[in-house]
Design a protein around this ligand. Structure first.
Ligand code: SAH
Length: 340
């Protein structure tokens, strides 16, 4: 049976209209699902019993559950158990501007980025839209708070799960549902070019982040296998088209890896690569993983890299670090089951 959280409001309305209910029932039901966060259809008081009985027959409510939480200052890491006993993780970050949840989009990941812990387990399956929605619902219910921002930067490559991803965005953006504004939603991709093109036609103003991590094909090929399928010139061209079409600013994520991509020359190349684009660079200090092949750049190199970008009039920030004590930092999410 399917979870009701897999339905957009339009689909839910259609279903209800086909079962002797009225338009406004969908709005009512949405309130019960997303505001009151019911655990059973029996909690609903203002919808006819026969409609509720039918709903119970056809749909499940939540299908995933919290199996472990680790808490640190300003960050909570959740491990979820899915219906088929697989696990994924989400990380809640408490910012001064709101609460941001980093959600997973797949069980495992096939992209094989060399520095990334999440990708050490091959993709087992895509998450359905409702399994992404439920990560948000579970965390909101657990802490009695509202999540204002969502980043799809957990385990998985969202553009390798495009249809479920876009449905997820439609559901969480609904003004009668979780009401997460499209400008508060960010999708991060390693650079699957055809999907970037498709995404430029997606009618929601969400943010796009690109895991770039290298200014040349030579370096990027060593770090990210996806670059062999879609090299930098194709990626940049697709991004320029995307920018033109959407007028949205692109974020480039760039992990600084000691002596791999952090030299002054690399910074100059990066500045040249993105000059003139409506974009900014988010420099990410590398989080140590079990993979000893890579080391974090030292503070001197990070600052030098930053200065060179600034000098070239590139918008740049250095990412604030969250959760490194509890392995909740970027690239460190991995199913616990695998670690045992
Ligand atoms: N597949 C998508 C979504 C995962 S995002 C993507 O590639 O964008 C995870 C982010 O964390 C990416 O920018 C990724 O490159 C980064 N990351 C992975 N491993 C990391 C590590 N060890 N330290 C810091 N950032 C890391």
């Amino acid at each position: 049976m399917e979870s009701i959280y897999n339905l957009t409001k339009k689909q839910l309305t259609e279903y209800l209209l086909n079962h002797n209910a009225k338009n406004y029932h969908a709005e009512e039901l949405y309130k019960w699902l997303y505001e009151k966060k019911i655990n059973s259809f029996d909690e609903i008081t203002n919808i006819k019993k026969e409609i509720l009985d039918k709903l119970k027959q056809d749909y499940l409510l939540k299908t995933i559950k919290i199996s472990k939480v680790e808490r640190d200052k300003d960050v909570d890491k959740y491990l979820f158990e899915l219906e088929d006993k697989e696990h994924v993780e989400a990380v809640l970050m408490h910012h001064d501007y709101g609460n941001s949840l980093c959600v997973s989009s797949q069980v495992g990941c096939n992209m094989g980025c060399r520095f990334c812990e999440s990708g050490r387990r091959k993709k087992v399956r895509n998450l359905k839209a409702h399994e992404m929605v439920e990560q948000i619902l579970n965390v909101e219910a657990d802490l009695s708070l509202r999540i204002s921002h969502v980043v799809v930067m957990g385990i998985g490559e969202p553009f390798d799960n495009y249809d479920n991803l876009t449905k997820f965005i439609e559901i969480i953006n609904d003004p009668k549902g979780l009401q997460i504004g499209s400008r508060h939603i960010t999708v991060s991709t390693c650079g699957i070019v055809p999907k970037i093109e498709e995404f430029s036609n997606f009618p929601y103003q969400v943010n796009l982040a690109i895991s770039l991590h290298a200014p040349t094909d030579k370096i990027r090929n060593k770090l990210m296998p996806i670059n062999k399928a879609y090299p930098l010139n194709e990626l940049m061209e697709a991004l320029k088209k995307y920018s033109k079409k959407t007028s949205r600013r692109i974020t480039f994520e760039y992990i600084l890896l000691k002596e791999v991509n952090d030299t002054p020359n690399d910074a100059e190349c990066l500045a040249k690569l993105i000059k003139g684009m409506n974009a900014y660079v988010n420099l990410i200090p590398y989080n140590k993983t079990e993979n000893i092949e890579f080391l974090r750049s030292d503070a001197f190199h990070i600052m030098k890299f930053y200065d060179i970008l600034k000098k070239n009039h590139i918008n740049v920030t250095i990412r604030r670090e969250f959760g490194s004590k509890i392995s909740a930092a970027c690239g460190q999410l991995r199913s616990k089951k695998e670690e045992l």
